[in-house]
Design a protein around this ligand. Structure first.
Ligand code: SIN
Length: 475
């Protein structure tokens, strides 16, 4: 495992003024990571520009082959990558293995897409003119990624950037930088130049300001909070940057009377309890129609009670610790607010007896629209169950938020599947499934959930710009 972490910026001995990366399971320090200063970053940006110019000269096939090699190396080192992830992030080893596969799938996909960055020849307005549209790499790009998916959120940005002929400077979350270095080392082994894909760490506000202020950096891709996304949007205005922003969510999960209830329970386990509830696409509000409300609430509580909480490295663990104390406080705040306003606790409700940042998977019933959890993303293992009567009412409840990332509906009625998914103001809708993410589909939101799409055939467009050439062939 340490082999993958051999990097000039990582030390296993204590270093002053470095970031200590800790294991959220037992708070042991795993490694120290160098903080890059603003002046060092300015030099890195310049080197990245040179590397990008060389990289864009390669053929699409050469770039694709290097990316494919990177994908193969990830598969080869899957177990070590998963272990690094569990140690620094806390998620269960089975989820970590799943994330390594998910992460690698973006590299494979964009290795394939690298060969299809096709333009157009337009139907001309004149016989003596040819109108060409080509897609060019945007240039030097930067990415800022979160701790909840320490690998997949990186490859979902870096792979399309490199496939399109761009370079990328990556600032991973300071809680989980080790997966980023491991990923970068495998990229170098595959043939990516060390100045083309660079991982840096340090003060998030200084680094992001430096990215925003730089005229060389042409694009920033960010996954994280809406608050920070809005700040980046504002700070990037003066350098007119292209932005991709994958921000917060507040996903409704709607279960109609006619739903297959066993399937809906599986959907809740997959969506709500993935990564201990710490994903942007997590079901945040479970709306259940009145005819099945009591029965279904009991079914959820029974299934959730079986989720084993513990050390992520243990094979049987399903729920690891939360990332930090702040995360625990937010879950507690939402539970307290709901109980004070009349909700009933069916399961859990407090910190787990294991201590630290472990939290009991929690199910609340009789949750209503005036409670905090209806408006804010909990980002933890809290499953709040709301009651609704009609289709119109639940659509109104579901859309009554600033966010619009993922949404879920469970119904066996084909007419409802179409009508409700159309009425939901969300970038993504899962119908009869709680697991919608994959490399082929466009991931992204509307409203305050952000801008742009990642993955899919559309994802590479975020790293290209169109050039129109008017070719006059007249004598
Ligand atoms: C996220 O929560 O930020 C991403 C989740 C996913 O890709 O499914």
């Amino acid at each position: 495992m340490k082999e993958l972490l051999k990097h000039k910026d990582i030390s296993f001995e204590k270093v002053e003024n470095a970031i200590a990366v800790t294991n959220p399971y037992n708070l042991e320090v795993l490694a120290y990571v160098k903080k890059t200063s603003v002046s060092e970053l300015e030099e890195i940006i310049k080197s990245s520009q040179i590397a990008q110019k060389n990289w864009r000269e390669k053929t699409a096939l050469q770039r694709a082959d290097i990316l494919y090699k990177w994908y193969e190396l990830m598969k080869k080192h899957k177990e070590s990558l998963a272990k690094i992830m569990t140690l620094e992030q806390g998620k269960s080893i089975n989820e970590a293995r799943g994330e390594v596969d998910y992460s690698a799938s973006f590299i494979r996909w964009f290795a394939e897409e690298a060969r299809r960055v096709d333009g157009d020849i337009l139907t001309s307005v004149r016989n003596d003119q040819k109108l060409l549209v080509t897609k060019e790499p945007i240039g030097v790009t930067a990415a800022i990624t979160p701790w909840n998916f320490p690998s997949a959120m990186i490859s979902r940005k870096a792979a399309p950037a490199l496939a399109a002929g761009c370079s990328m400077i990556l600032k991973p979350a300071s809680q989980t930088p080790l997966s980023a270095y491991a990923l970068a080392n495998l990229a170098y082994e595959a043939g990516v130049d060390e100045n083309l894909f660079v991982v840096i760490n340090g003060s998030a506000s200084q680094i992001s300001k430096c990215f925003c202020d730089s005229k060389i950096v042409k694009k920033i891709s960010f996954t994280g909070s809406t608050e920070v996304g809005m700040l980046l949007y504002e700070q990037s205005a003066k350098t007119m940057k292209k932005l991709s922003l994958e921000l917060g969510g507040n996903a409704p999960f709607i279960v109609f009377d006619d739903a297959n209830l066993d399937k809906a329970v599986d959907g809740i386990l997959a969506s709500k309890f993935r990564n201990s509830g710490q994903t942007c696409v997590c079901a945040n509000r479970i709306y259940v129609q009145e005819g099945i409300y009591d029965k279904f609430s009991q079914m959820i509580a029974k299934a959730v009670a079986k989720l084993e909480v513990g050390d992520g490295l243990k094979e049987s663990t399903k729920q690891g610790p939360l990332i930090d104390e702040k995360a625990v406080l937010k879950v507690e705040e939402h539970i307290k607010d709901a109980l004070n306003k009349g909700a009933k606790c069916l399961l859990g409700g407090k910190t787990h007896k294991l201590g630290g940042t472990f939290f009991e998977p929690t199910v609340l019933q009789d949750v209503t629209q005036d409670m905090l959890v209806a408006q804010e993303e909990t980002f933890g293992p809290l499953c709040p169950i709301f009651k609704f009567q009609t289709d119109e009412e639940v659509v109104e409840f579901a859309n009554n938020t600033d966010f619009g990332l993922a949404s879920y509906i469970f119904t066996t009625s084909v007419s409802r599947q179409f009508k409700i998914s159309q009425a939901l103001e969300y970038g993504m809708v899962g119908v009869n499934t709680g697991a919608i993410s994959n490399e082929v589909a466009p991931f992204g939101g509307v409203k305050f959930s952000g801008l742009g799409r990642e993955g899919s055939k559309y994802g590479i467009d975020e790293y290209t710009q169109l050039k129109y050439t008017c070719l006059d062939i007249g004598e």
